[in-house]
Design a protein around this ligand. Sequence first.
Ligand SMILES: [Zn+2]
Length: 229
Amino acid sequence: MEVVNTEQIFARVFCEMRPRTPLPFIHVKFRKYANANAQVRLFDGTMEVRLADTLAGAPDTVIEALAEILLSKLFRRPVPGSSNDRYRRYLNRRDVRRNLDLVRQIRGRKRVEHPQGHTYNLEEMFEELNFRYFHGLMARPILGWSPHASRTMLGHYDPPHNAIVLSRILDRPGTPRLAVEYVLFHEMLHLRHPAEHNGARRCVHTKAFKEAEKQFEHLREAKAMLRKL
Ligand SMILES: [Zn+2]
């Protein structure tokens, strides 16, 4: 069996994509990221590859797929579907996901602000929704407002931290309570209905999730309010 290192894999992929370009000096650094991040930069005849150390144990075929993804992006070429698929499949493996969750728990610092906002109290709201829709049986996760008022991410549930974070943009007197309740309810459903992993696919809003969401009273009104934020 041929022993190859990460530099050699990147060199091989580089030669395949740019056969006429002289091979740069390739330097791979493993960094302690809180996830499976990867970056590549090319300057002064050096290609610097930064990979999360969580990828250090990945099989060569996965590193090769990642090299194809990163170099395609670097050279502004379409990423081959097969490479994307191979890399996603690896990240979706149960043991890999468990390892990443652990690393996130240990390294990731969660930026969450106190649940008592300027306008709404998330703990109080959680208990009301818990009583109304979950028979009061849901264990309370960490709840908090995001430091930044994001419009694109109104809320998210973070399983490794067991935290629900709502965007600060919802904590305004002009935002109707129903709209905030709906976002919180949606994230509570993520806690109740975990994502399903199937090969390279990851389904976040499962059938069961969508059914449960329909129970929310005034669902349509709430969604319409969010569109007007
Ligand atoms: Zn969702």
